[in-house]
Design a protein around this ligand. Structure first.
Ligand code: AMP
Length: 279
């Protein structure tokens, strides 16, 4: 496994790979890796000659009130997991390698980035689209792997790739969960023992909503809210059922289906999860 700290090191490693015509699979992450990341890495290793993992806590996707310094970091453990997944290249750049001095180019994907997390985290998807665009142009992958847990992120990036005709295939992989249904997340380590016991209510609420998929959207949302209310310590930020993949308001589920999505706070920890409902 080759470890690259700079753009120059990355290109020196990947130029011969590209010259050989070997396909590159890319998994961008913010580190503090878990089995959700491992699933993306293993899939990339299966489907590509080479796999590149990036570890970069991206400052532009954090809001002014969101504490980037508090984001978990554990490079040593990340490298062990990457090695076990048979990753070929780990790219762990500095902020200057991604945002060189005077950087002033940003990617704004309108529409699909507006609802859900876009409403509560202004500028978040602008930061995500910009950093992923920058990584795509540095790594030049044939395929890139993203988790359904961050469905809106996937939809924003897939619109970006389509709009500007980037020659990269996006692969959407299923959400990896704990045995009680909680979606794996780097932020779960912040949950207290009590909060960890409460957290699976988010997935239970999504499942309860899925069972009512024949009903109207307000009826489905009421059921999701009812289940969430069983855990008074959980503070929902949004509960929505929007069209897939445009994320527009709907009254009933059409044949193209919808995204049932929840964001909620447990103490200081923000949990998000979603299910794609087929009509
Ligand atoms: P992050 O490091 O949180 O930015 O996530 C990096 C990638 O891993 C993103 O594509 C996420 O959607 C994906 N990911 C995070 N958690 C999970 C999970 N529980 N299951 C599947 N993919 C995940």
């Amino acid at each position: 496994m080759i470890f690259c700290r700079t753009y120059e090191e990355l290109r020196a490693t990947l130029d011969p790979v590209a010259k050989n015509g070997e396909e590159i699979g890319f998994v961008p992450t913010m580190g503090a890796l878990h089995q959700g990341h491992a699933a993306l890495l293993e899939r990339s290793v299966r489907e590509n000659a080479r796999t590149v993992l990036s570890i970069f806590v991206n400052p532009t996707q954090f809001g002014p009130k969101e504490d980037i310094a508090r984001y978990p970091r554990n490079l040593e453990a990340d490298l062990k997991l990457a090695e076990a997944c048979r990753v070929d290249v780990v790219y762990h750049p500095s902020v200057e390698d991604i945002y060189p001095e005077g950087f002033s180019t940003f990617i704004e994907v309108e529409g699909v980035s507006a609802p859900l997390c876009g409403e509560f985290r202004p500028g978040h998807f602008r930061g995500v689209a910009t950093v992923v665009f920058q990584f795509f142009s540095q790594v030049l992958p044939q395929r890139a792997y993203f988790g359904q847990k961050d469905i809106q992120q996937c939809l924003v990036l897939s619109k970006m790739v389509k709009d500007v005709r980037l020659p990269v295939e996006l692969v959407l992989a299923p959400t990896v969960r704990e045995s009680d249904g909680l979606a794996l997340s780097s932020r779960n380590r912040y949950l207290s023992v009590e909060e960890r016991e409460i957290a699976p209510v988010v997935y239970r609420a999504l499942q309860a909503g899925t069972k009512l998929r024949e009903k109207s959207v307000p009826a489905i949302l009421a059921e999701v809210q009812r289940v969430l209310a069983e855990a008074p310590k959980l503070k929902p930020q949004y509960v929505e059922l929007l069209s897939f993949p445009e994320l527009k308001k709907i009254d009933t589920l059409g044949p193209e289906g919808g995204v049932l999505a929840i964001a909620a706070y447990l103490g200081d920890t923000r949990l998000i999860d979603n299910l794609i409902l087929r009509g």
